[in-house]
Design a protein. Structure first.
Length: 171
């Protein structure tokens, strides 16, 4: 008798053999780079493996392309963050440029902050950024967003609770 885990692995192997070349081609057309497409295809199956999908997929290509699309978006966002970071570092005097190790740590932190901000509703994110980056008061944010001060306070509370959960609860 086989365990559910063995069946899952066998199903994943069949899914890989059946759809990997299609996914690689699909990604190649979208990225314009066969090597990048190969990496994304592998990452798609790794993501599927980690998800521990228990039920058989009714539409495997739709599911795989959905995962791959998310990975492409993540990759694009990482590249944009890195580009913006490198542009800002280029403005620094040479002696203040962070080391390669620091650069990786900074980019990792920026990526985590970006993912956290992306999970917030747009107005909550905007209020949070106005408070944290621009140093605006609740009254100033309320005037800028056209909402009440109480709404801004609730939005900032939601954003800070979200930060807390990500930092201390979900680690």
């Amino acid at each position: 008798m086989r365990s559910d885990d063995t069946v899952g692995t066998a199903e994943l192997g069949l899914l890989y053999r059946t759809h990997h070349s299609w996914l690689h081609g699909w990604l190649s057309r979208r990225t314009g780079c066969r090597e990048n497409a190969a990496d994304l295809a592998q990452d798609t199956f790794v993501r599927l493996l980690k998800s521990r999908q228990s039920s058989p997929l009714r539409e495997p290509r739709a599911y795989l392309s959905s995962i791959a699309r998310g990975l492409m978006i993540d990759q694009y966002r990482r590249r944009e963050l890195e580009r913006a970071y490198l542009e800002s570092v280029a403005l620094l005097p040479q002696q203040e440029v962070p080391s390669a190790e620091s650069r990786l740590l900074i980019l990792d932190a920026l990526e985590r902050v970006d993912r956290m901000l992306d999970q917030l509703k747009p107005r909550v994110r905007q209020a949070f950024l106005l408070a944290q980056l621009d140093g605006l008061s609740c009254t100033q944010i309320a005037a800028k967003l056209g909402v009440s001060r109480a709404t801004v306070e609730r939005d900032l509370t939601k954003a800070l609770q979200h930060c807390y959960r990500l930092r201390y609860v979900e680690e």
